[in-house]
Design a binder for this molecule. Structure first.
Ligand SMILES: Cc1cc2nc3c(=O)[nH]c(=O)nc-3n(C[C@H](O)[C@H](O)[C@H](O)COP(=O)(O)OP(=O)(O)OC[C@H]3O[C@@H](n4cnc5c(N)ncnc54)[C@H](O)[C@@H]3O)c2cc1C
Length: 477
């Protein structure tokens, strides 16, 4: 490895190649559980740096593990000891913005929160808002195909990328510029959409042209609790039928609401299933829209209703406290369940989607699966688009439970597919869901799709040096 470090340092500069144990440890783990041990961490500062590193890696069969903030939770950015982590944290320039043409051009290391801070005051925003918005980078969000709370209205990253500059993992480290600054584009196969959500397995993103949109003039929000899941779902349907412009529609189930309230003592409190709905509107109509929303909640037997006429008021009242703290509360409970100090909990965030009309069935079946295996589970999700995030935790030392874990997750994924859903919505496949991918395509009699994906990977990355063994199962044909 010493030779590689020397050579890479010569190629791009000593201050961009790190091998000290502390840096290696820091950049070899993701946000939850997965840890590797990279040979070195490189910090390119330009497309040219990236291309030079790729050429060297190709020639020397060195694997490259691309990384933004490593906030992913499926092991898609974690390195093995056969390669280097390429961190994009130093490529964080916002290069251009046009409000006439509605785009922003930026480097991959820009964090989504920085993008929106930059746009603040212009009336525009970038609408993809993962809960990890403060750390998630543009490159990481593109490669994860990320979504967020506003997914019901704005979709996911795949809907917001107009153009990409990428470096291919080939002999030349070729630089490609795909797409451009227009919303319409029919120039052959859509390679941009292929790269979005590819989990760093096809190409290294060095620049992105992202579509931006007008921020809503006003946002009104209502939160309320429901004893009966059917009442909550009828409320969702009534809100959809009322043709309100739904921006956010978040759900936390009754068991989880109680756990979160007991753990973090939020400002908004109640018992039962929680539904939070935000609707975008104009200032003049805000009160009318709010009244309509409150009326729908009341008609569906909601209790402890809290409402806000603006996002600022919603924040001041703590309306999103329970939903936002679901994951931290879960970590707290998981950690308190440990019996030995050095032990760490294995925490897994599921990411299935079902058509929203089948959510009641999905929630009931999830609770049954959790009971069947005796795994504790918190449950929340984006009810507007049918994306559910059950979170389970196990003591690492509990061998019996760890052994059952794969079957447990497989039962959840099977349930999603049976309800016409998908096994991953925004977090990706990484190292944890390859079996689910096979199951999902097999059930649709479409395993050949996985073969096509393997072939695509081979064309982009002939020596498999880029994030190998991630996302795609190796041999199922
Ligand atoms: C508390 C918490 C909440 C979260 N909430 C959400 C949520 O609401 N919605 C959601 O979608 N996700 C969520 N996530 C998951 C994660 O934060 C997002 O997927 C995020 O967009 C990843 O960004 P990142 O910069 O950390 O990327 P990383 O984790 O560093 O990388 C993600 C993937 O992109 C690849 N990659 C990174 N940069 C590049 C590049 N320049 N070129 C090629 N490949 C690259 C990596 O190899 C990896 O496969 C959450 C995570 C946590 C910990």
């Amino acid at each position: 490895m010493e030779d590689h470090v020397k050579n890479l340092s010569k190629l791009i500069g000593h201050d961009k190649v790190y091998v000290d144990p502390a840096t290696i440890k820091l950049y070899s783990k993701n946000a939850v559980y997965y840890e590797g041990n990279a040979l070195a961490i490189v910090f390119p500062e330009s497309t040219e740096d990236v291309s030079k590193i790729v050429r060297y890696a190709y020639e020397n069969d060195l694997k490259i593990y691309p990384q933004g903030s490593a906030s992913e939770i499926v092991g898609s950015s974690t390195p093995k000891d056969d390669g280097i982590v390429m961190s994009f944290v130093r490529m964080r320039k916002i290069k251009d913005v046009s409000y006439i043409d509605s785009y922003v051009v930026c480097e991959p290391g820009v964090r989504l929160v920085e993008l929106n801070n930059y746009l603040k005051g212009s009336g525009y925003m970038f609408p993809i808002d993962p809960a990890s918005i403060k750390s998630a980078t543009v490159g990481g969000a593109i490669n994860s195909g990320s979504g967020g709370m506003m997914g019901a209205k704005y979709g996911t990253m795949k809907d917001w990328v107009l153009g990409l500059e990428v470096v291919l993992p080939n002999e030349e480290g070729s630089v490609l510029r795909l797409g451009g600054k227009t919303t319409k584009n029919r120039e052959g196969y859509d390679l941009i959409r292929l790269i979005v959500g590819s989990e760093g397995t096809l190409a290294l993103v060095t620049e992105a042209i992202l579509r931006i949109t007008l921020a809503p003039e006003e946002v009104v929000t209502v939160a309320g609790f429901f004893n009966d899941l059917e009442d909550l779902m009828r409320c969702v349907i009534n809100i959809k039928e009322s043709k309100l412009d739904i921006l956010i529609m978040e759900f936390v189930d009754d068991v989880t609401t109680k756990i979160t309230i007991d753990t973090i003592k939020p400002r908004v409190s109640g018992s039962g299933h929680l539904l939070i709905t935000s609707v975008s509107t104009v200032k003049e109509a805000a009160q009318r829209v709010l009244d309509k929303l409150i009326d729908i909640y009341n008609r569906n037997n909601s209790s402890n209703i809290v409402s806000a006429r603006s996002m600022e008021e919603a924040e001041a009242l703590g309306i999103f406290d329970i939903r936002r703290n679901l994951y931290p509360a879960t970590i707290k409970i998981a950690s308190s369940s440990l019996e030995v100090d050095e032990e760490k909990p294995y925490i897994f965030v599921e990411d299935i989607s079902v058509p929203p009309s089948r959510l009641v069935e999905a929630v009931k079946r999830l609770r049954n699966i959790s009971e069947k295996y005796g795994f504790p589970m918190t449950l929340g999700g984006h009810v507007g688009d049918g994306n559910l995030h059950p979170v389970v935790w196990i003591r690492e030392g509990d061998r019996e439970k760890m052994d059952q874990f794969n079957n447990f997750v497989m039962d959840i994924m099977k349930m999603a597919v049976e309800l016409d859903g998908v096994i991953s919505s925004e977090h990706g496949i990484g190292m944890v869901k390859k079996d689910g991918l096979i199951m999902s395509y097999r059930r649709r009699n479409s395993l050949y799709a996985l073969k096509l994906m393997r072939e695509i990977k081979r064309i982009f990355d002939p020596k498999s040096i880029l994030n190998p063994d991630k996302m795609l199962p190796s041999d199922v044909y």
